[in-house]
Design a protein around this ligand. Structure first.
Ligand SMILES: *[C@@H]1O[C@H](CO)[C@@H](O)[C@H](O)[C@H]1NC(C)=O
Ligand SMILES: *[C@@H]1O[C@H](CO)[C@@H](O)[C@H](O)[C@H]1NC(C)=O
Ligand SMILES: *[C@@H]1O[C@H](CO)[C@@H](O)[C@H](O)[C@H]1NC(C)=O
Ligand SMILES: *[C@@H]1O[C@H](CO)[C@@H](O)[C@H](O)[C@H]1NC(C)=O
Length: 222
């Protein structure tokens, strides 16, 4: 016999209510998937799962944008890092994060590669290749995490994970209800779907395929 209509309706409401209330929900968004990979790497080592902060993740996307697609500036001899003052002056305003609620960044991972990888592969094959990465991912100093991924016009994909020691309800506070979306790119914690078309502005044929794979990363903690 078929399930009465009201039972199905009640179930649907229950299911959607429980998924909407849980923070750190994994949607069809590679940045959310990356946060899930980071947290499962931590919990497998009996460390706390980190709060998925939308404001921090949006800042991670601005951090990527500061590289303007220049993969060569991520690691190696020409490596550069945005100035710390950029967090309050540029990244927070671009996201609609109240600059007065920024808390210390306790770790950052950044990687760039000329080929798109699945989030779990980006984690193990790019971000964790640095010998400081493991210590940073498994540090007890963090309470929250945000991740971002973006394609660039130069044909590279950038991945960034930021960690902070802030309190989830009083750090990276948004002026509105959601962080400002800036395309291209995806960030975690926003409970939105983000993939393919918005990851990168232009689908491309990879010129880098002939030149070989570029993969650069850095890991930086405090
Ligand atoms: C965490 O990730 C690293 C790098 O991919 C891996 O070597 C390690 O085994 C992982 N730890 C756990 C507990 O899964
Ligand atoms: C970590 O990397 C640095 C620089 O690449 C290197 O000098 C150092 O020997 C490495 N340490 C370990 C334990 O592999
Ligand atoms: C933040 O969370 C703490 C602990 O859960 C709570 O005591 C405090 O009132 C909250 N603050 C705000 C502004 O919601
Ligand atoms: C954790 O914080 C302490 C104190 O600030 C610092 O000395 C240590 O290097 C940090 N650990 C990591 C993995 O960043």
């Amino acid at each position: 016999m078929a399930t009465p209509m009201w039972v199905s309706a009640a179930l649907i409401i229950l299911i959607s209510a429980s998924s909407a209330s849980g923070q750190g929900k994994v949607t069809d968004n590679p940045a959310d998937e990356l946060v899930a990979v980071v947290n499962s790497n931590r919990t497998a080592s009996k460390l706390l799962s980190l709060y998925s902060s939308q404001g921090l993740a949006c800042i991670a996307l601005q951090y990527i944008k500061a590289y303007q697609g220049d993969c060569g500036a991520v690691g190696g001899p020409k490596a550069k890092k945005p100035a710390d003052s950029e967090f309050a002056e540029t990244f927070a305003p671009a996201c609609g994060v109240e600059a007065s609620t920024l808390t210390p960044i306790t770790g950052r991972l950044l990687g760039c590669q000329s080929k798109y990888l699945k989030p779990s592969e980006a984690f193990s094959e790019i971000l964790m290749k640095n010998n400081k990465s493991m210590e940073i991912v498994q540090s007890k100093n963090h309470t929250e995490v945000g991740a971002a991924v973006s394609g660039s016009d130069s044909g590279s994909y950038f991945w960034c994970v930021m960690f902070s020691s802030g309190k989830s309800n009083s750090s990276f506070v948004l002026e509105g209800t959601t962080a400002k979306i800036s395309r291209p790119g995806c960030f975690s914690g926003a409970n939105d779907v983000c993939s393919g078309a918005v990851l990168s502005r232009t689908p491309r044929v990879w010129p880098a395929a002939a030149a070989g794979l570029i993969a650069l990363s850095y890991a930086f903690g405090f």
